[in-house]
Design a protein around this ligand. Structure first.
Ligand SMILES: [Cu+2]
Length: 275
């Protein structure tokens, strides 16, 4: 009985193998599965108006506060592409040295920050999932497990001591009632090991739909244009007012949890270029 089962499985496997090898030799062209590249473009704006100019573009919050940014940076990691069948391709997941990036408005070129992803399996992708910040799993690999990105984050001012860890989102600028004149600093990030320290985990994963399919192949490098609406910062799901109790906040206190939840809703894919 066992032998019979084994033999029938063996012949099924042999048939499938023969069929599939026929198919590949028949049409080499269509079956070319050479990986390609994909680009993510991040454009920071207020509402639907892109390209925030640091120290200049001023927004009024729902609570009536004028505010502008002098520093606007955040960490993106654990990028996952989701294909039309729901299959997921994880790009250097929990590997900050290769899979984490800093979006810095001061480095934007014509309002755009670029992340270029390489060696992406040829496929038709419908969604992307992005991590805002660095996951606990990645952080707990330890400093030697992410020496390159840790150094990069240090240089960019996106890290505290190793014990406290990364700054996930760094917002600095000025605010006020009639004009933006009072300085603020809101630095969101985890205080090290969140379960050992019993502190909130501010890492967020956000899934974004594509309005059209991104067709990755060796010929086509799709470019996914993401708008980040920074109006969500003070005017998101929790309307926030800056005052002396929270305008110099660093870490993961309740105000910064609210900021994180607000801005985790700020991303949307505006369009996809397939050229
Ligand atoms: Cu575009």
């Amino acid at each position: 009985m066992k032998i019979y089962k084994f033999l029938s499985l063996f012949f099924i496997a042999l048939t499938l193998f023969t069929l599939s090898s026929c198919r590949t030799s028949d049409d080499d062209e269509a079956a070319d599965s050479t990986p390609g590249n994909l680009q993510l473009k991040f454009e920071n704006g207020f509402n639907n108006l892109g390209d925030i100019v640091l120290n200049q573009t001023t927004q009024t919050s729902v609570n009536g506060q004028k505010h502008q940014f002098s520093t606007l940076k955040y960490v993106i990691s654990n990028i996952t592409l989701i294909d039309e069948n729901g299959g997921e391709f994880k790009y250097h997941y929990n590997d900050p040295d290769n899979g984490a990036f800093i979006i810095d408005q001061a480095e934007a070129v014509a309002g755009i920050n670029y992340i270029n992803l390489k060696e992406i399996p040829k496929n038709n992708y419908k969604k992307v999932r992005i991590g805002l910040g660095i996951s606990q799993s990645a952080y707990l690999l330890g400093q030697s497990g992410q020496g390159v990105f840790w150094q990069k984050a240090k240089t960019a001012g996106m890290a505290w001591s190793w014990a406290a860890g990364y700054i996930f989102t760094k917002l600095e600028g000025k605010y006020g009632t009639s004009s933006a004149t009072t300085e603020f600093m809101n630095h969101c990030g985890n205080m090290g090991n969140t379960s050992a320290n019993n502190t909130p985990d501010l890492y967020r994963e956000i899934t974004l739909d594509f309005p059209t399919t991104a067709r990755v192949s060796k010929e086509i490098t799709p470019s996914v244009h993401i708008l980040a609406d920074l109006n969500q910062y003070l005017s998101g799901q929790t309307a926030l007012t800056l005052d002396t109790s929270n305008d110099m906040a660093m870490g993961s206190n309740q105000h910064l949890v609210n900021v994180t939840n607000n801005i985790s809703k700020m991303f949307k894919v505006d369009h996809v270029h397939n050229d």
